[in-house]
Each structure stands twice: as C-alpha cells, then as structure tokens.
Design a protein around this ligand. Sequence first.
Ligand SMILES: [Zn+2]
Length: 374
Amino acid sequence: MSKKAIVIVIDGCAHEYLQQGVTTNINKLGERGFFKNVKSALPSVTNVNHATILTGSLPIEHQVTGNYFYNPETGEQGFIEGKGFLDKETILDAYTKEGKSTALLVVKGKVLQVFGDNVSFRLSVEHPDENLVRHLDMEMPPYVATPEANGWIMEACYNLIRKDNPDFIYCTTNDYTMHNYNPDHEVAKKQMESIDHWIGKIYELDPEREIYITADHGMTTKTTLIDLQKKMDHSSFDTVCMLPLKDRYLENHIYQEGCAVYVYAKNQKEKDAIYNHLKSYSFIESIYTREEAVDQLSLPGNRIGDFVVFGTKEVAFGELEDEELAVTVRTHGSKFEQDIPLIAVNARRDDFEYERNFDVIRFMLEDLKVNLVK
Ligand SMILES: [Zn+2]
C-alpha cells in the first residue's frame, strides 16, 4: 500500500514568490526533502498544465492546449470549462477506480468542471458545496479573485486531512495575486505566508504523507501588449489568432493578455506568406509551424493552428482597442514563464528524476500500474 499524497499547485508561483523570506515551512520541507527548478508544459497556461500534471503526460497525449478552443472546421469557439477536451485518464480517475479516496480542492470553479468527475471530495471557492464547507468546520469562502481565497482553500485541505484523510489530494489556488502583485508586494507576501502556514500545519498533521508543491506556470512583467489579430487583419491576412490563455477570469488579465498565440490560416494557400509576415515582427520571439510544435513542444497538431507564436520577454498578446498598448502587466504563456519550483518531502523517487511538473503524477501512475500487475 502506497503512502498518502498531496499535490499542491500554487497557481502562477514563479520562484520569486518563494524568495521573500515568508515561506519558511516550504523551505524547511525543501531541506528535509528537495527543492528544485522544473519546467511546465508550453504554452505555460493554467488548463494545459493542470491537464499535464494530473495525467502525468504532455499535451500531445492529453490533448488540452489552452483555456479556450477554436474549431477551424466549424468556426466554433469558446471557453474550455467542461469534460470532452481531456483525452487521458487523470490520477483522480485511476485512484478512484482502485477504490482509493481522492479530493480535488480548487479556487477556480472551472478546474472542478474539467477535472472533477471521479472524485470523492470536490470543493471550489467559486461554487462551494455548503455541506462540505460545514463538514470541514469552516465559514463560507471569500470571493474567488482575492488573495484570501487561496489561504482558505489551503485551510480546507488541512481540515479535510484532519477529518477524512483521503489517499490523494490535488489542491490548487488562483493566480489573481500573481497577476496583480509583484513578489515583494505586501499583498503577495501575505498570501504566500498564509499558504505556507497551512502547508506547515499539513506536514505537522501527517508527516508521513508525500507532499509535493509546484506550479502550473510562472509569471513575469510585460510592458507591451500586441493585438495580433488586429495586426494581421490590418495587413489583409485572413487568419484567426487565438489566445490560449483567454478565460473568464478578467480580474486576472483584463486584456486576455498572454504570451502565446495559435494562428490559423483561413486560406491554406496563404500559409507561406503568413509565416514570412509573422517572421517580420520584432515582438515575436519564436514561431513554430504545426509540425514543429508537435515535434518540439509535444503539442497535438489538431488543436493548435497552423502556427504557434510566442512573444519576446516583455511582450504579451491581448484583445485591445488598438493594435498596440504600452502598459505594465504581469502574465504568462511562453518559455519565459516555464521555470517553476518543485518542493517535495517523502517523494517516491530521487530528486534528479523530477524534471517536469508532471513527473510527480507520472511516477504515481507508473507505480499504480506495477502494483496492478503484481
Ligand atoms: Zn495559472
């Protein structure tokens, strides 16, 4: 029988948020176990990385490529907020099938909608289950886009372990604070202190449990926003420029700004011209053709457009009034936000075996299979 485990994904937790002197419990866990840098999947956005971590696989296997989808055959587009996009079993599915108790505790309601089907305990700050909240001896949660929402969900984790002690818990926060506050801002420090407090309490309560703390992506400061759709329209190219970060959480990014774009050529004959035109933009750091994105980024070719484009370090792409806007924002989506921390105690492999955020669950699924064969 394997040990109980908890995976805590601090949404948007760039390393700098753990370097402010307020996360002493997390640092202590790192000293006891390990604390290292790992990579998230590209594009470095939330849905892609929850799918990646929870399935222990890359997007080419699980098929989730953003918070938003576009179907070039039907023209249909919309938010990814339900089942039907994810094409692989999650650790929650696998453990539930084995009769283990599982929990998915989240701030953003959409995470429950996408991943929360086969779970023993499901709770979101956005749409809280009153009975479960009462069962956990807690008051109803604060508003979803607040720093306090993140401390609340960590407290719920602690109470759930105290009362029901599930075999596996996946807990994730909201990156509202990381989008809006630099790591050294008092608001950010207070939030990290609160998350850290509950992580310390969880370790005290259940020191045998495997505890993994990581992130879905980092977060960096951008000073220029580009509306690539408007630029391409202006240059008379018939394209759909889709922003994989786009979601309903406008308090996190009011311009839907993120650092990656999927570019669909509506007329396939224009593809070469579009490629050359994209290459001429100095605000673009890299362009992958569909085939290159499949080979080099492990993205599924049928869900990413003809080109995958990433901005330079200080650039994000958004939906703007004009083609460009000079403004300081914090966001993510490119390789500049791919570096994230992984802290683990009671881990089931040596630290050098963990290189990506999804390795945590990949090893759990591997071990589960081995146990099944036995
Ligand atoms: Zn995120």
